[in-house]
Write a protein that binds this ligand. Structure first.
Ligand SMILES: [Zn+2]
Ligand SMILES: [Zn+2]
Ligand SMILES: [Zn+2]
Ligand SMILES: [Zn+2]
Length: 556
């Protein structure tokens, strides 16, 4: 199996596990060191140490209990001083603009325009060099990655279980249909005689065939659709699991190094900078990136097509892996596919108002359909070679205003409650409910790891829930009047838009405070924004609104 590595801790370093006895090493023996003698500048194992202490009684030695006073192993020092981007280059400088350690190549190639690049040796006087707290921070992140790995394994198992159960039910249903039919034949054939058998046999063949055909056309097609989803989701969870494993290794490695550096100021500083970077990578993977977006520029794109009868109203946006974009147009009961230049290249019609849309796999979405009265559906749509095809439809017994998907689990808002479903349309539970008013649970989104759920209420509120529906945080903001649009990026950044306040903003992953104002009516011409989505491919935020134009903001 191929593994995806996020950082480049060299393999050879992973082999170095412990301090070795210097005397034994000279005899080609591998013995773990027990003491260090500063006078000899040597490590000794228990046996050699005993001998050393007898021969050199005046030497003071340091035991493992005081390991911080032991010298930094050469491998550790080499590793800390090595540039990860440029082979055989030593880190000598620090760019304060990027908070990054640099080798001479880095400085020339990446940081030539940066305002503050200093020698690491000068830095130890101005920067704190302690590693206090780093160990604990690394341990916390390591624990969270372990938890994520466990939940990823569970996801794959429950996904396979859902599919198996569903196919068993379907086959059982067909068996039932066949049995019922045969029973009917049996009853009607009682009392008939001669000549009729041939007719009965033909009639039976025809009917069995029609039952089988129906199974092929509807059930088998649905099962295939689900099978493709299971395979695709399993694939992406597996990739994420590899990333976790690789990052876990790197973090454990740094955890080990931090214990071994002792009081060497410069190395402590370098280790602390490198640790912070790897912890940041881990937080991004855990969907806890606190990085605020910074808008660079914006453009408008018309998504109206000649056959549209009404003004567009974009209530949902999904970005596919190839950079194509799907928009849900509530104004025209349509889902439209846009190319990378945001031009409509294809579309498909749906039967009710499209309230929301979410991604199931890289090539499939589910749309929330509602006629504002009795019909509430989830319609699956597949994209293949720039064509949209309608897939299965789940019928719901409650309103359907918002939808989100995480590794085969569907989260659906009814207007006043949030329900959890699985891919075959089976409702698992009600996670949250607020009947105090209308539209209290309007749209929903899931954090990248599935451990937090976000829901919006038209009453200026964003709620953050735990996986089990427990309320964790409430964010209220007058700038989020009629909070309709909601999106969580792969790094866990939460984007929301207030429809009546004509604003788009970013809230921290904890769902407690605002991180950035991204767009407004005055500055950017946002008008009744209804949906928002981040594209990591183009590094932009796409805003859908009432009107024929979508807005695209380039961000950093
Ligand atoms: Zn000694
Ligand atoms: Zn020894
Ligand atoms: Zn470099
Ligand atoms: Zn720089």
């Amino acid at each position: 199996m191929a593994t995806v590595s996020l950082s480049s801790v060299p393999k050879r370093l992973r082999m170095v596990e412990d301090f070795r006895c210097t005397s034994c090493q000279e005899l080609n023996l591998e013995e773990s060191a027990d003491i260090y003698c500063e006078a000899c500048q040597k490590f000794y194992c228990k046996r050699c140490g005993h001998l050393h202490n007898q021969l050199s009684t005046e030497h003071t030695t340091v035991g493992r209990g005081d390991i911080k006073k032991w010298p930094v192993p050469k491998e550790v020092e080499d590793f800390l001083r090595m540039c990860e981007a440029h082979e055989n280059k030593t880190l000598t400088q620090f760019c304060q603009d990027h908070t990054q350690l640099c080798c001479s190549d880095c400085v020339v190639k990446i940081h030539s325009q940066c305002s503050k690049v200093t020698q690491i040796s000068e830095l130890t006087n101005s920067q704190p060099t302690g590693l206090e707290g780093m160990s604990v921070e690394l341990e916390t992140v390591l624990g969270e990655i372990k938890t994520l790995q466990i939940s990823q394994k569970a996801s794959i198992q429950s996904l396979q279980k859902t599919y198996k159960e569903h196919s068993a039910v379907m086959i059982e249903q067909m068996r039932g249909n066949l049995n019922t039919y045969i029973d009917e034949c049996d009853n009607s054939s009682v009392g008939t005689s001669g000549g009729n058998e041939q007719y009965l046999k033909e009639e039976m063949c025809r009917s069995v065939l029609s039952i089988m055909n129906e199974f092929d056309n509807i059930t088998a097609k649905e099962l295939n659709e689900m099978k493709d989803e299971v395979i695709s989701i399993k694939g992406s969870v597996t990739i994420s699991m590899h990333k976790c494993t690789s990052l876990h290794n790197d973090l454990s490695h740094f955890h080990e190094i931090v214990q071994k550096i002792g009081d060497h100021k410069q190395l402590c500083l370098m280790a602390s900078i490198k640790c912070k970077h790897i912890i940041q990578q881990a937080l991004t993977l855990l969907g806890k990136s606190g990085k605020a977006f910074n808008v660079q520029s914006n453009t408008e794109h018309n998504v109206r097509i000649p056959s549209d009868s009404y003004e567009c109203s974009i209530t949902g946006i999904c970005v596919l892996t190839d950079g194509q974009v799907l928009v849900a147009d509530r104004g025209n009961n349509r889902v439209k596919l846009l190319n990378q230049q945001y031009q409509v290249v294809s579309h498909c019609d749906v039967t009710e108002y499209v309230e929301d849309m979410c991604q199931i796999t890289p090539s499939e979405v589910a749309v929330a359909l509602d006629d504002d009265s009795n019909t509430h559906n989830v319609q699956f749509i597949t994209v293949s070679q720039s064509q949209l095809t309608l897939g299965r439809k789940l019928e719901l017994h409650h309103g359907c205003s918002g939808i989100a998907c995480h590794q085969g689990e569907l989260f659906i808002c009814s207007g006043t409650a949030l329900f959890k479903y699985i891919l075959n349309g089976k409702q698992l539970c009600r996670l949250y409910e607020d009947r105090s008013s209308v539209n209290t649970v309007w749209k929903c989104a899931v954090s990248p790891t599935g451990d937090r759920l976000y829901i919006t209420s038209w009453h200026n509120k964003l709620l953050t829930l735990a996986r089990d529906g427990t309320l964790l945080a409430t964010y209220t903001d007058p700038a989020l009047e009629w909070l309709t649009g909601l999106h969580v990026t792969p790094a866990g950044q939460v984007l929301v838009c207030g429809r009546w306040s004509y604003t788009v903003l970013q809230v921290g992953w904890e769902g407690q405070s605002k991180l950035a104002n991204l767009a407004t009516w005055e500055k950017d011409g946002v008008r009744l924004p209804w949906s928002v989505c981040y594209s990591s491919i183009t590094s932009s935020i796409i805003v859908g609104q009432l009107g024929d134009n979508i807005l695209v903001f380039r961000v950093e």
